[in-house]
Design a protein around this ligand. Structure first.
Ligand code: ZN
Length: 86
């Protein structure tokens, strides 16, 4: 039988229905017997659905590029110690 770790590693694919039937069957069997993983899957499904229903803000490309540049500068120069992002 699959371990809890294996089930949680495959949980997203299971919810997306992208796993082969043998793996799906293994997960279903595990879920039947393990309430912890059942709860985990239920929460993951709820979060996934909530995330999909969130409105996606339209971010202009130049704003996005500027933010990416700032993040890149911030993370690629750690030798200056801790920097503040403004
Ligand atoms: Zn489990």
């Amino acid at each position: 039988m699959l371990s809890c770790r294996e089930v949680t590693e495959q949980a997203s694919d299971y919810l997306e229905s992208t796993l082969p039937w043998q793996q799906r069957l293994g997960i279903r069997l595990h879920l039947f017997l393990c309430r912890h993983c059942r709860r985990y899957l239920r929460q993951l499904r709820a979060v996934t659905i909530a995330f999909r229903q969130m409105p996606r803000p339209e971010i202009p490309e130049e704003v996005m590029d500027k933010q990416i540049d700032r993040l890149r500068a911030y993370f690629l120069q750690p030798e200056d110690g801790i920097k503040k992002m403004d």
